[in-house]
Design a protein around this ligand. Structure first.
Ligand SMILES: CC(C)(COP(=O)(O)OP(=O)(O)OC[C@H]1O[C@@H](n2cnc3c(N)ncnc32)[C@H](O)[C@@H]1OP(=O)(O)O)[C@@H](O)C(=O)NCCC(=O)NCCS
Length: 170
């Protein structure tokens, strides 16, 4: 079955939100994506479409280096595939297409928090080995991939994610 990866459109929003909630079995990640859409900062939001149905979604948003490095990094999060379509390579297609898009728009490294057993196959490596950190308890899950070889050689310290990932307590 052919998968088309394309930009998310406003007409997709509610379907994407449903898809994210189904994949994560909760609405926290869909709320993050809503906040990113409403933000005035750039982000990338792609969907995977199969026979007219949305079966996957991936988002990339800017990160900051607390040491102030003038470096264009982003975070991959969230990524979601419809539960009944998981394990068929759709997540991999979204990641590969997303990394290509990040390069095109000028981001030169991508970070994420996730299971290394999955993300290492796309070239992601442990950020702590480069001296890059986030919240201490999440550090073992923080991974990066360079889209330009050696671009992170001189970077170190804390990175922070888009404010959409830290919604105020309600
Ligand atoms: C994670 C997710 C996006 C992967 O998409 P997918 O289309 O199912 O993945 P693919 O078909 O490309 O790859 C399947 C492989 O990834 C592995 N995999 C999937 N999710 C994994 C996870 N969370 N941890 C480790 N491995 C995982 C599968 O075991 C399978 O491994 P194999 O190729 O060795 O058999 C999808 O499973 C999903 O939406 N999960 C729920 C939401 C979620 O956890 N998102 C990621 C948060 S970091």
């Amino acid at each position: 079955m052919r998968i088309e990866i394309r930009d998310e459109r406003p007409a997709d929003y509610s379907k994407v939100d449903d898809l994210i909630q189904a994949a994560f079995n909760g609405n926290a990640q869909a709320q993050i994506v809503t906040a990113l859409r409403e933000s005035d900062e750039r982000y990338i939001s792609l969907v995977a479409e199969q026979d007219g149905l949305l079966v996957g979604h991936i988002c990339f948003s800017p990160i900051e280096f607390e040491e102030g490095f003038n470096h264009q990094g982003c975070q991959l999060s969230p990524i979601s595939v419809s539960p009944i379509e998981q394990g068929k390579g759709i997540g991999g297609e979204l990641i590969n297409a997303g990394l290509e898009r990040c390069k095109i728009v000028g981001w030169n490294s991508v970070f994420l928090l996730g299971n290394p057993a999955y993300y290492s196959r796309f070239g992601f490596m442990f950020a702590s080995e480069m001296g890059l950190h986030c919240d201490g308890s999440l550090d073992p899950y923080l991974q990066y991939v360079e889209l330009e070889s050696g671009i992170l050689n001189d970077c170190y310290g804390l990175i922070s994610f888009h404010s959409a990932f830290n919604p105020p307590d309600t």
